[in-house]
Design a protein around this ligand. Structure first.
Ligand code: ZN
Length: 280
C-alpha cells in the first residue's frame, strides 16, 4: 500500500492515480496526512477492504511530505561503514550518533531549496522510516511491526554550521528551511521483497554521486527502532532518517558543495525519487 500527501490531503496511491481518503472513507479518516498514523492499524484494515474509486491523476509538484508534522524527527549519523570512513570518524558501536532535524526543515519531494549565503551545503540520500504504532522497549525482532512504511529522504546539511563551535551543531546545520525533503509517498513494508535491502543513490545534474544499498546499514531499521525505543517512546507518525552511504560532497577531494542551479535527484528502489533544485 502507498499513501501520499497530495496538496495537503491524505491520498491512497494506486498506480499513477490518487484516491482521496476522507472522501472515499465517508469521513471515517481525516484529510490531514499526519493524523492517519494515530489510527494506523484501523486505517490499514479499512484500506485493504475498501472498494475504492479510480481516483485522480497525480501531479508530482502537488505532493507534500508523507509525514508533514511528526512529533519527533530522528537523524542517524555514520550508519554506513564507507560514509563513516569518508567523514573521518570511527564506526560507531552500541548507539550511532543521533540528532534531530527541526520541523522547519520538512518539505515535499519536488522542491526549490534556498542555499544559505556563504554556506557549504551537502547532500545525503537516506532511507526514511515512519512509525505506525507507538514503540517502547521493542525488541529488534518485533520492530518492523511498528513501522508504517518507508520513503525517500534527503538529509541536506550545511557543513559550516554543522561543525561550528566547541561541540558540533548537527541539528541546526541540518534544519534550514527545506533541508528535509521526503516522499514521493510512503510505501508499506509488505510491498518490498526485502525491506532491509534496497538500492539507494543520488545524482547531481545527472552525475551519480551516491550509490549504495540499505543492507549495508550498520544499524538496520529493526536495530534503530529497538535501540531508540529502549531510551524513549517512538510515537506514531515519528520519522527516522536512517543515515547516508558514501559519496557526499564533504568526502570528496576537494570537497564539493551545492551551488545555485544544481538539480539533485535522489532515488530508492521500490519507492521513487525526490528532485531538489537549488537557488541562491
Ligand atoms: Zn544524514
Amino acid at each position: 500500500m502507498r499513501i501520499a500527501n497530495l496538496a495537503g490531503r491524505l491520498v491512497l496511491v494506486r498506480g499513477d492515480r490518487a484516491v482521496d481518503v476522507e472522501q472515499a472513507s465517508g469521513g471515517m479518516f481525516a484529510a490531514d496526512p499526519q493524523a492517519v498514523y494515530a489510527r494506523w492499524p484501523q486505517f490499514r484494515a479499512w484500506a485493504e477492504a475498501a472498494d475504492l474509486p479510480e481516483g485522480e491523476p497525480i501531479a508530482a509538484a502537488d505532493l507534500g511530505s508523507p509525514a508533514p508534522a511528526p512529533a519527533q524527527i530522528f537523524g542517524i549519523g555514520l550508519n554506513y561503514r564507507d560514509h563513516a570512513g569518508e567523514s573521518g570518524f570511527d564506526v560507531p558501536e552500541g548507539l550511532p550518533p543521533v540528532f534531530t532535524k527541526f520541523r522547519a526543515s520538512i518539505a515535499g519531494p519536488v522542491t526549490q531549496v534556498r542555499l544559505p549565503e556563504g554556506g557549504h551545503t551537502d547532500w545525503e540520500v537516506e532511507l526514511v522510516v515512519v512509525i505506525g504504532t507507538e514503540a517502547r522497549d521493542v525488541p529488534a525482532e518485533r520492530a518492523w511491526e511498528h513501522v508504517a512504511g518507508l520513503t525517500v529522504g534527503q538529509d541536506l546539511s550545511e557543513r559550516i554550521t554543522q561543525f561550528q563551535g566547541p561541540a558540533a551543531q548537527f541539528s541546526l546545520g541540518k534544519s534550514l528551511p527545506g533541508f528535509a525533503p521526503t516522499g514521493p509517498w510512503l510505501v508499506t513494508p509488505d510491498e518490498f521483497a526485502d525491506p532491509d535491502d534496497l538500492a539507494l543513490g543520488c545524482s547531481l545534474n545527472g552525475e551519480k554521486m551516491q550509490d549504495g544499498r540499505t543492507s549495508e546499514l550498520i544499524f538496520p531499521v529493526s536495530e534503530l527502532v529497538s535501540r531508540l525505543s529502549a531510551l524513549l517512546p517512538l510515537y506514531a507518525g515519528d520519522v527516522i532518517f536512517t543515515g547516508t552511504p558514501a559519496g557526499v560532497g564533504l568526502g570528496r577531494t576537494p570537497p564539493r558543495w551545492l551551488v545555485p542551479g544544481d538539480v539533485l535527484v535522489s532515488e530508492i528502489e521500490g519507492i521513487g525519487t525526490l528532485t531538489q533544485t537549488f537557488v541562491g
